[in-house]
Design a protein around this ligand. Structure first.
Ligand code: PMP
Length: 285
């Protein structure tokens, strides 16, 4: 299957899709991105992802050279050109080429890149039986240092935690914030079910405000499941009946073990299964 990459308005074969080594996205991680899904030929929650991209860019004073409408068209056009019914889209805006100093004012042309590809993050079995995670010693970025609400090209904070997970022999790590509260995992938001209430850290807990998180909250409201966006600690996790993670890449994945402790009865619980079912009904509809 040919893979066409959009670079500043041009579609090029992926082997020929290159960026300049003086691009500040490459030199400093100076840029923003989004990860989106294509389901049944349609880009899922495109507007929500683009609005978050514009917010991330606004925070770092990066002017995206396309309007919301133009970017919508560019993403849809690139998705269609790649002829994928199901797939993953990586939309990147870098600061562009500048000199070797940090000052972004030497970068006159932000680069807009759209990659379309397949994605399968975790084995099918984990979606059915649940995944194991560990708490990382690396805390999530302090919001006054690099706010996790910016989806920036600098993911080292999360990569350090991911390395801890891999070294512990599990696929994902739980990250706490600077207050020791539960924030999120390295690329996913986290949900707990406790005494029938669906709980998730509030948006200022040092998390990326996930599009899948918002979708799951909407589905829970439709299903009349009580919701709490609140402060959560590891006590809440260790005593919860259910836990799952959400993300555009991971979708919804049950967590049945954390720090070598079973969560609930150690199998995906009824609220998790109900939300997974509702999610797949929505994305396939
Ligand atoms: N947190 C982090 C750190 C992420 O990188 C992501 C995206 N993979 C998420 C949460 C989930 O966000 P979304 O549902 O918008 O993909």
């Amino acid at each position: 299957m040919s893979r066409l990459v959009y670079i500043n308005g041009q579609l090029v074969e992926h082997e020929k899709a290159t960026i300049h080594v003086y691009d500040h996205g490459f030199l400093y991680g100076d840029g923003v991105f989004e990860g989106l899904r294509i389901y049944a030929g349609k880009v899922f929650k495109l507007r929500e992802h683009l609005l978050r991209l514009f917010e991330s860019a606004a925070h770092i004073c990066l002017g995206i050279p396309l309007s919301l409408e133009e970017l919508t068209h560019a993403v849809e056009h690139t998705a269609a050109a790649n002829k994928r019914d199901d797939g993953y889209i990586r939309l990147i805006v870098t600061r562009g080429v500048g000199n070797l100093g940090l000052d972004p004012s030497s970068c006159s042309k932000p680069q807009v890149i759209i990659i379309v590809d397949g994605l399968s993050l975790y084995p099918k079995e984990m979606y059915e039986k649940g995944m194991e995670i560990v708490t990382a010693s690396t805390i999530r970025n302090h919001p006054n240092a690099l706010n996790p609400r910016i989806k920036s090209l600098n993911y080292l904070n999360n990569i350090l935690a991911k390395l801890e997970a891999i070294r512990a022999g599990v696929p994902e790590a739980l990250m706490l914030n600077h207050l020791g509260e539960i924030a999120e995992c390295t690329a996913d938001n986290i949900f707990l079910v406790s005494k029938g209430v669906l709980q998730t850290p509030h948006k200022n807990a040092g998390i990326l405000e996930g599009i899948t998180r918002a979708t799951v909250l909407d589905l829970a409201r439709e299903q009349r499941i009580s919701i709490e966006e609140t402060v959560l600690t590891r006590h809440d996790l260790y005593t919860a009946q259910e836990c799952f993670l959400t993300g555009s890449g991971a979708e919804i994945i049950p967590v049945t073990k954390c720090d070598n402790r079973l969560i609930g009865s150690g199998i995906p619980g009824p609220v998790t299964l109900k939300l997974i079912q509702a999610f797949f009904k929505l994305v396939r509809s």
